[in-house]
Structures are given as structure tokens and as C-alpha cells.
Write a protein that binds this ligand. Sequence first.
Ligand code: KG4
Ligand code: ZN
Length: 343
Amino acid sequence: MKKLKNTLFSNKPVTIDENSLIMAIESSCDETACAIVRGGREVLANIVASQIKIHEEFGGVIPEIAAREHLEAVNVVVDEAFKQAGVTANDITAFAGTVGPGLVGCLLVGLNATKSLALAYDKPFIGINHLNAHISANFIDTDLEPPFIALLVSGGHTQIIDVKSYSELEIIGETIDDAVGEAYDKVARLIGLPYPGGPKLDKLAQEGNPHAFKLPEAKVDGYNFSFSGLKTAVLRLVKSFDGQELPTADICASFQECVSSTLLKKVKRAAEERGYKQVVLAGGVAANSEIRKKIFDLKDDGYNVFAPIMKYCTDNASMVASAAFFFDKTFDNIDVEVFSRVK
Ligand code: KG4
Ligand code: ZN
């Protein structure tokens, strides 16, 4: 039972417990999403409006267009979520919204919508860190509890996090250049795949030989990573074909093998050295077939392994509601601001 002090949105004392309904809105990049989750683990509604089709023609997310699209979609996804869950705003215990990291113009849309709901219905508001939200996707429909080691791989971040408890998360490793999702999208573009290339590259990789080309694994200290050298190596490999037909599937499979084995080596070492028996995969790239396979192989070494089901890997609001319940549970003031990068 958590009894939390309310700061501004409502003067009523509010208790967050297993029966609490949290409504969350996510709009940090190119998905406008709204969800209602009971007790941090049971999803009553999960609505996602994706902008992929709109950004496809530009080969990436255009922030101004994305923000405008969020404005168009936000009321629709909120209405849909209430309908799907069969509850009204008065039934909601608290409202949660992503405050960062992400695209500022996009975050502002979701944040202001969430704040407005909290004000209008006299309920508390909880600002959520997008990275905590990705990790929290693993609490949905499971009995996962800290401590565990999390491998967070998304379009903007690549981190190994020591989740010691619900209130103590330590980033023990991260990329010194490209994020994994970014590397996937850039390599995909190099070989002519449309945005977002990550999932398409993954699909092609499954038809190729992962040992066709030996690609370099960056030697980086501790639990840190580097993927920009690998991207350059793929560029060199592509150029070496000098206009001839590319063995695309073999290139994808070799790239995927290099990325997944690099990630797994470090996450396994982190779990061993920290003495944990639970390993968790999170972020949009957690949808990747080979990274999932390799992390689930850790079960053979006696680890409990968690990865979100596909729809909770990429950006969604259920994970935001779950993070409000487990991680970022402090009620925020109305003046809470968005941020683009991890502080
Ligand atoms: O977490 P997310 O939805 O957005 C961020 O917070 O960044 O992650 C999106 C990233 C994109 O780079 C996308 O290409 C990548 O996740 N991604 C994948 C796969 N599915 C999504 N990368 C590799 N394999 C996949 N199956
Ligand atoms: Zn994300």
C-alpha cells in the first residue's frame, strides 16, 4: 500500500494500490498512445496511433509533423481507451504522462493533455521517464520484481541498468555513440530498406547466413557499447560490391549476429558480476528476433528471463502507466516540464 502526498492537482489524499486505475498518455516520438492499467500489471485498454506511414516518405521522423499529428490523435486515443476499458475519467486514480526523453514538441502535446485531464477531474498527475516506462513493459502480466539487470535497446538509447529496487536504478553501461535501434535504421537505409528499417532488417536477417561476413565488434570498456564502427564496416562492405547485386540477407544476418552477440556478452557479464538471477529485455529493439532468442537462451544457464510481448516493446502507454505504479510514483506539480535528453 503506497500512500502518497498530493502536491497540486488535487487536495484529496490519494492512495495507489493494486486496485488503482492509472490512465497514461505517451507521445515522445511517432506513436500517440493511451492506456488504462490496473495495479501496474493488468491492461484494461491499450490504444496506439502510429505515424509510421506519414514519416515513411521522409525516411525518418520529422519532429514538427510528428507534433501536429499527436495533436490530431490525442483526443481520439483517450476516448478509445475509455471505451475499451469500459470506465470513465471519474474511475481513474491518477493520470500519468511521459515527460522525456523524447522530441520536445511531441512530449508537450501528451503532457498537456494528461495535465488537463488531471486538472479537469481533480486527480493527481505523475510525470514519467520514457526509459523507466520501457523497462516497466516487463511488469505487464508478469510477477517480475527487482532486483534484475535490464538491457534497454531502443531507437535513442542503449543501456544496461542495474534495477536494485523500485526506487534505485543505476545505469551501469551505455552506448558511446549510436543507439542499437539507430544503427539498425541506418544500416537498413544503406542497403535500401524503407523507414523504419529495424524490423525489416530483422526479417531479412532470418533468411541469411549470420557467418557470411565477419564484422568488427567494438572493444569498449566496462558495460559500454559502440555501434558506429560497425555501421561504417557495413558501409565499406556494401561499397565493395561496387554496384553488383548485394547479398542483402547475408549482410543483414551478419550485422544482426554481431549486434546481438555483443549485447548479450555484456548483459550476461553484468548479471554474473552483480550476482543477479533475473535478466530483462526492454525497448523497441526488444522486438528483435535474434536478440530475444539469445536472451531467452540464458534460461539454460539458470536465469529468469523477461521480455515484453511484441506490442509492449515499441512505444505504448501501458508501459507508462506501469512505470507510474512501480517507478515514478511521486505526484508532480503542474509546472513539471518536458526534457529531450537524459539529465
Ligand atoms: O522504443 P522505440 O519504439 O522508440 C524509441 O524510444 O526509440 O524503438 C524504436 C526502434 C527503431 O529504431 C526501430 O527500428 C527499432 O526500434 N526496432 C527494431 C525492431 N523493431 C523495432 N530493431 C531491430 N529489430 C526489430 N525487430
Ligand atoms: Zn521508446
